[in-house]
Design a protein around this ligand. Sequence first.
Ligand SMILES: Cc1ncc(COP(=O)(O)O)c(C=O)c1O
Length: 357
Amino acid sequence: MLTVEELRAALGRLPRVDLAVLPTPVHECPNLGRRLGIRLAIKRDDLTGLAFGGNKTRKFEFVFGDALAQGADAIVAGFGSQSNFARQAAAACAKLGLKCYLVNRYDDRARRVGIQGNYLLDFILGAEVWLVSPERLAEARQKLAEELRALGHRPYVLNDTEAVLGAVAYAGCVAELAEQLSEPPEFLVLASGGGTQAGVLLGVKALGLPTRVIGFRPSRVPEAAVKGQVAAIANEAARLMGLGVGVEPEEVENSEEYVGEAYGVVTPACLDAVELLARTEGILLDPVYSGKAFSGLIDYVRRGIIPAGSRVVFLHTGGQPAIFAYAQEFIEHGGYRMRAVEDVGRGILSAAPAAGG
Ligand SMILES: Cc1ncc(COP(=O)(O)O)c(C=O)c1O
């Protein structure tokens, strides 16, 4: 078992750049906590500070530290059209003076809403962005990197290898949280498909915290594959940091119960969860990751999997720019209507929704 200082020292041995505003705050949520019958707080990693923040900014301190140590002058990445990863990579590049090349998926969301949300921000942040068909994404990343090399650039290709350095960063997040709380939470809940949870689990184990980590993944992936992947990432991160701690696949708790139809397709429970937290605590979740995970948290409390009275910390991983790319779903689900007041003299509270609005 390590102390917080020892865990910090292990992180300190790896190359790192300064990108995030740390520590991120922990906000108590008494209104919603009372409603749910738990003691709820939110660790605000949506407030990491770089172009709307999110979990990637904390990870990129190590990922870009590695890129700069390798002499990179450009970054190549490619994920979904509404990728939070891509947007934070574009912002990190802007801050560090690197060129950012994105080959993102030409997915359903891009077809439906065009340049909006994260995709809009990629442009504002100065990234070069292309969309490619989903099945050719990996090939496009490689091709782009080759073209850049042929022009004399030194591109650093961001892909799944960043997960390990990201896990290092999230072990650090647990050290930060341990210092912020007077006692460790009984439950730490987050949206994660892999890297973030790997780091959180590693941090919890390294510090010997009595905390149950519950991840909710955003897409349908077989249980055994997720558990194996999270454990493998955690163990590789532990090796990099020189920690004598390991994570076994059986220790990984990660559910796909709240994904709904598919990745990126909202569920009514997710939209309800986003509205509920917004209307009780003034905190926004996103419709793809944190909103679905929060709907899982609410349901776990309802089902008694998280018992009444428990101390629960939700790790908010960000993603809110996607809200704007899902405006139509929010409007339809919430019945939001424009209300134009034509005659103030006749009163405002009684104004009817505008026709067609
Ligand atoms: C808002 C948000 N939450 C959670 C995640 C999941 O992170 P990880 O892949 O590290 O589990 C992502 C990743 O894209 C994200 O953008």
